[in-house]
Design a protein around this ligand. Structure first.
Ligand SMILES: Nc1ncnc2c1ncn2[C@@H]1O[C@H](COP(=O)(O)OP(=O)(O)OP(=O)(O)O)[C@@H](O)[C@H]1O
Ligand SMILES: O=P(O)(O)OC[C@H]1O[C@H](OP(=O)(O)OP(=O)(O)O)[C@H](O)[C@@H]1O
Ligand SMILES: O=C(O)c1cccnc1
Length: 480
């Protein structure tokens, strides 16, 4: 079995629908789906879009091979042989528009849009959401941590606790986009060019007769990259004093101890005491690394307590998005092709939040020319007169229509980029470094009020009057 073929990384109901479309002769009808999430994770004021690179690779390599067909044959006796022949011819021939990775994104705006034959659009829903939901979630969690670290070095340590191997490596990549500096996962380093970083474990100390001997042996062979884990027995009575002995021995060899790592206990107290001991020993250059179930709240709290920590190693809480394990992004049909062209469709729900926004939507980031800062995101239908063209625009809050904001002088930046056109890749995938620096520029467009960790201001997401009217019209149409 070819484990790298992701074509069957989909829900069975997609294949069932493909089969039914094929049988009913509707498989080539064109449809438009948009993917979005409804609620920001972690109570954050923004999310960080990630997942596009994986989507592009996935779409480019979609193919039902012998193994896939053989498996499908065993799963459903009603599937006919000619259907499998159709699947063998399957290629993605549609359009994909998507946000660039690293873009700050908000609820209810499309993060990507698929325009394709229903046969194709249906198959890819599951995998596309899988990539978007996980990677965007982890990039957002990492961004929260990056905000509180205020420039300190951040190491991603999560692999051992990640939800399996793909999550570890793609998660590591997402954290790097959002501002982490390195990962401990060597495969993620190899796959994506993320800088790698590593200290050593308690096992190294436990495998020797004494802590100081363990430190010495390690320093002997890694003299340029020694960070010593000092909490195996007693951080202040044994670990730090032994690390100081080794630092002095390294100085004799013209080398410098890079750091010590604290991995348990009161990290504020221990880091302050350790810093004082290192400084007293004339070792101000030795950095203090901390780890142990850290997240943005503990890091922020430790900083408030005056902890003397230079480098943060963050694992479990980050890679599993511990406090909110899913983004909840959805993929909804917004239009389908009929003789007269694309017609908008709606999904109605008793829960008003779940009523979909019909029609193909363009998303613009409205940048105030006076301040250079983002004012709102604005969605409009492609052919409508309220298209933000640089003339004064009124932003009407959809839930509170009395809340109107007028912007005179702005630039409207389209956020959805063409990625595939008629099945052909039109987009140059940026390097990871380019994505990371684009993300930093994105962050700089937003006032800090939107970026704070706790109770951030809600950034405006506005629909054009034409979209709101269309929604009302379709709602009425389906009311009985
Ligand atoms: N000064 C501090 N203020 C707030 N939280 C802290 C502080 N110091 C450590 N923590 C956090 O408290 C949590 C539990 O720490 P605790 O002291 O119980 O760990 P430990 O039992 O010493 O470590 P381990 O279980 O790994 O041996 C961890 O998430 C840690 O990051
Ligand atoms: O705490 P995290 O944020 O997940 O960071 C990674 C943890 O992994 C290692 O611990 P290890 O697997 O040896 O387990 P333990 O320290 O919890 O005993 C390391 O010492 C960190 O404590
Ligand atoms: O390099 C480290 O210190 C490290 C790596 C992974 C997990 N815990 C610690």
């Amino acid at each position: 079995m070819n484990e790298t073929n992701l074509t069957l990384h989909t829900d069975k109901y997609q294949i069932n629908m493909m089969y039914a479309h094929w049988k009913q002769g509707s498989m080539n009808e064109k449809v438009v789906f948009e993917a979005y999430f409804r609620k920001l994770p972690f109570g954050n004021g923004y999310a960080v879009f990630a997942g596009l690179e994986r989507m592009v690779k996935y779409i480019s390599s979609l193919a039902f091979g012998d193994d896939e067909i053989a498996f499908l044959r065993t799963q459903e006796e009603q599937y006919e042989e000619e259907f499998f022949e159709e699947l063998r011819r399957f290629r993605f021939t549609g359009n994909l528009f998507a946000m660039q990775e690293g873009t700050l994104v908000f609820p209810n705006e499309p993060l990507f849009r698929i325009e394709a034959r229903v046969f194709e659009a249906q198959l890819i829903e599951t995998a596309m959401l899988n990539f978007m939901n996980y990677q965007t979630l982890i990039a957002t969690k990492a961004s929260r941590i990056q905000r509180v670290a205020k420039g300190d070095k951040l190491l991603e340590f999560g692999t051992r606790r990640a939800q399996e191997a793909d999550a570890a490596v793609w998660g590591a990549r997402a954290t790097y986009i959002a501002g982490f500096h390195a990962t401990s996962n060597m495969r993620a380093g190899m796959m994506f060019g993320i800088p790698t970083s590593g200290t050593h474990a308690h096992a190294w100390i436990q495998g020797h007769d004494s802590e100081v001997e363990a430190f010495r042996k390690y320093a002997e062979v890694m003299p340029d990259h020694v960070t010593l884990l000092v909490d195996t027995y007693d951080t202040l009575k044994s670990g730090v004093p032994n690390a100081i002995i080794i630092a002095k021995e390294l100085e004799q060899r013209g080398k410098k101890l890079k750091g010590i790592r604290l991995d348990s206990g009161d990290l504020a107290y221990l880091s302050k005491r350790a810093r004082a001991m290192l400084d007293e020993a004339q070792l101000p250059y030795v950095k203090i690394v901390a780890s142990n179930d850290l997240d943005e709240n503990i890091i922020s709290e430790l900083k408030a307590q005056g902890a003397k920590i230079d480098i943060w190693g963050v694992g479990t809480q980050l890679i599993t998005a511990f406090d909110q394990p899913s983004l909840g992004g959805v993929y909804k049909l917004v239009a389908r092709e009929k003789e007269e062209g694309y017609v908008p469709v709606i999904k109605i729900s008793g829960n008003p939040e779940k009523i979909s926004n019909p029609g193909i939507k363009e998303v613009f980031r409205i940048i105030n020319k006076q301040t250079g800062m983002a004012e709102a995101d604005y969605m409009s239908l492609p052919d409508e007169s309220d298209f933000p063209n640089g003339e004064a625009i009124k932003l009407v809050d959809p839930l509170h229509p009395h809340m109107v904001k007028k912007i005179e002088s702005y630039e409207a930046i389209p956020l959805l980029q063409p990625i595939f056109k008629n099945g052909k890749l039109e987009y140059r995938l940026p390097s990871l470094e380019e994505i990371r620096s684009y993300h930093q520029k994105q962050m700089a467009l937003f006032w800090p009020e939107y970026l704070r960790k706790l109770n951030p201001e809600m950034y405006r997401i506005n629909f054009s009057p034409a979209i709101l009217e269309l929604r009302m019209k379709l709602l009425k149409q389906y009311q009985h």
